[in-house]
Design a binder for this molecule. Structure first.
Ligand code: SF4
Ligand code: SF4
Ligand code: SF4
Length: 331
């Protein structure tokens, strides 16, 4: 029996579950923000999971961890999630993009809308190369600044700065009080997502680019058996990353989002599947489950070892916010 139903439905269910959880985390964080900013006197504890949206700060904290052996005490959940996500990409490819990331889900939903009206198309060949390179340019910029320009002293200064302490609230304000530029950008990118397949993920997201680089070293990849293939091209048509799966024997590109949709849609048994360096052929749902388990495992490990909740007292953050009005500058 084709895997189309299990893969498609399982993926959407997992994406939806993570998105709903993060929506709830966002709501809880909003209540925390109301208390921190003095708009409410009812204390609401912060939901540390929102720190998943601070990958640049987490990269800085990772460098700090490597240099000093000290785990970030201000946004520890962000660092714990970041390490788990990198590890997941290294071991199981970009399953976090394909199964977990809520932005990926939104992008996929607009892609689906475009497909329904026959509008979703893939830009191929030379014109797409400059677009693909955009996210790697952005990633290179962040890596250059954090890994090469910031020494241990400036990393430590950044991490203990008021800006870093309130950076999660600044992120929230970015979403709930967007500037005109942000609104215009969001309207353009979401409209574009209906006609051009997943432009944010494929061309612009530096986080996805980083996961793609990690996935290059992954022992797992999608493999096609040419002798069984009937060239129906269903795998290529369904691919959210516009990879021409029907032409490849092995999909090793960093663009693969690890969604497993191509495997699910292939009508020929054993024609398309996952392969490993050792020749073991894991099931697509099993690999997705391992990715999710790794993320949950990081949460449990960070919680029991005291690396999940911030060490900064909420009252101190409230005082800092009330004192500065939240206008803290990057050091
Ligand atoms: S490319 Fe970026 S936005 Fe898209 S799914 Fe991956 S991490 Fe999320
Ligand atoms: S190649 Fe397959 S697993 Fe990779 S993004 Fe395309 S459909 Fe998903
Ligand atoms: S869906 Fe399967 S049979 Fe069809 S082209 Fe792709 S690999 Fe070949």
């Amino acid at each position: 029996m084709s895997l189309i139903i299990p893969v498609r439905y399982a993926r959407r269910a997992v994406q939806l579950a993570f998105s709903l959880y993060l929506l709830y985390a966002g709501y809880r964080f909003y209540r925390y923000y109301l208390w921190v900013s003095g708009q409410s006197n009812v204390y609401a504890p912060k939901f540390p999971s929102v720190e998943a949206f601070l990958p640049i700060g987490a990269l800085t904290a990772l460098k700090h961890l490597v240099l000093t052996g000290q785990f970030d005490a201000i946004h520890p959940a962000g660092l714990a999630i970041f390490i788990a996500v990198l590890l997941a990409a290294f071991l199981f490819r970009k399953g976090v993009c394909g199964w977990v990331c809520p932005v990926g889900l939104i992008s996929n939903l607009f892609e689906g809308l475009g497909r329904r009206f026959g509008l979703s198309f893939c830009l191929k060949g030379w014109p797409s190369i400059p677009l693909y390179s955009l996210k790697y340019i952005l990633l290179s910029f962040f890596l250059y600044i954090i890994l090469f320009r910031m020494d241990g002293q400036s990393i430590a200064a950044f991490m203990s700065s008021p800006y870093n302490m309130l950076v999660d609230i600044k992120m929230l304000l970015f979403f709930i009080k967007p500037s005109l530029t942000t609104v215009v950008f969001l309207v353009v990118i979401t409209s574009l997502s209906i006609i051009l397949r997943n432009p944010w993920c494929r061309y612009l997201c530096p986080y996805g680019a980083l996961l793609g680089v990690m996935a290059l070293f992954s022992p797992i990849h999608v493999k096609r058996d040419e002798t069984l293939c009937i060239n129906c091209k269903r795998c290529t048509k369904i691919c959210p990353a516009c990879i021409e799966v029907h032409k490849k024997t092995a999909v090793r590109t960093p663009e693969c989002q690890g969604c497993m949709e191509c495997i699910g849609v292939c009508p020929v048994k054993n024609c398309l599947g996952l392969n490993t360096l050792l020749g073991i052929k894991p099931s697509p749902l099993g690999v997705a489950a391992l990715t999710i388990t790794l993320i949950f495992g990081a949460w449990i490990l960070a919680s029991v070892t005291g690396h999940w909740e911030s060490a900064i007292r909420p009252e101190m953050l409230r005082n800092l916010f009330l004192l500065t009005g939240g206008h803290v500058m990057h050091p």
